[in-house]
Ligand binder design. Structure first.
Ligand code: PMP
Length: 285
């Protein structure tokens, strides 16, 4: 595999970063996960925009212009002949000292990995997935803002551990006020009486690119989408529950904390949006 490291492609064995890089020492950096469908890099501009916005919030200068970075992502994808796969684009703070000061780090460091993707089994999409409510509270917006896609994922990892301890793949995270924020790596939607609801990003969610797209696709289907705060109860009594994300796409949730959602299988709106998303991603929408 060829990896983009800073300013060009190198062999995987040579793709090494320093132990003094603050991305490693402190999780100081930002990243994106991007899909490739049929050789097309999906929503690349939206991902690049979010990357630069995340970097701006944490005052990280990306040592490359947007256009150049897009070309680097494309070149890495081509070099690895990725047709249907997943790209990880990472910008670390770069090499510094053992202190926290980010401003004495050398340049930010960029690396790009383009590979195949490990998908949830197809069966999980047909039958739907179970989740739990995490006790780990989503980062307060005044701590590490959840709108920043930073390298610091420990908050999410702690919730993921709770899910795995309970033999389910995902957990719903709530914010400090008890409202639904997001799943550990996906956004949350519910359907009730034919209306789709999703928490506003200010509730502690990443502004998901799949989320935005699914909202658009739902509107094209003349479905009403409302952004509002949701409680744990709202999830328990909804007709349909589904998650969206680059890796998971659109996946139905059929159980949470021992409660069955709807009829215990992915509902009609979830299935419709999954289908519409598939068509859009594969250029048939
Ligand atoms: N929330 C979190 C915490 C995420 O890491 C992700 C991306 N994996 C998402 C939501 C979904 O965002 P996107 O649709 O842009 O992948």
């Amino acid at each position: 595999m060829k990896i983009w490291l800073h300013d060009g492609l190198v062999d995987e064995a040579d793709a090494k970063i320093s132990v003094l890089d603050h991305g490693l020492l402190y999780g100081d950096g930002v990243f994106e996960g991007i899909r490739v469908y049929g050789g097309r890099i999906f929503e690349l501009e939206a991902h690049i925009k979010r990357l630069y916005e995340s970097a701006k919030v944490i005052r990280l200068d990306i040592p490359m212009g947007k256009k150049e970075l897009i070309e680097a992502v494309e070149e890495t994808t081509r070099a690895n002949s990725v047709i249907d796969g997943y790209i990880r684009l990472v910008v670390t703070r770069g090499v510094g000292t053992l202190g926290l000061n980010p401003f004495i780090c050398e340049n930010g460091r960029i690396f790009i990995i383009a590979d195949n993707i490990q998908l949830y089994p197809e069966e999980l999409y047909d039958k739907g997935m179970k989740v739990i409510s995490a006790t780990t509270v989503r980062n307060h917006p005044l701590t590490v803002p959840p709108q920043v896609k930073s390298l610091n994922y420990l908050n999410n990892i702690l919730a993921k551990i709770e899910a795995l301890d309970n033999d389910v793949p995902e957990a719903i995270m709530y914010n400090h006020e008890g409202y639904v924020a997001e799943a550990t790596g996906d956004n949350v939607f519910i359907v009730r009486n034919g209306v789709i609801y999703t928490p506003p990003v200010q509730a502690g969610a990443l502004g998901g690119i799949t989320r935005n797209l699914v909202i658009e696709l739902a509107k094209q289907e003349n479905l009403r989408v409302v952004e509002k705060n949701l409680t744990r109860c709202d999830l328990y009594v909804c007709d349909e529950l589904f998650l969206t994300g680059t890796a998971a796409e659109v996946i139905g949730i059929v159980g949470i904390d021992g409660r069955v959602i709807g009829e215990g299988k992915p509902g009609p709106i979830t299935k419709l949006l999954r289908q519409r998303f598939f068509e859009y991603a594969h250029g048939k929408g």
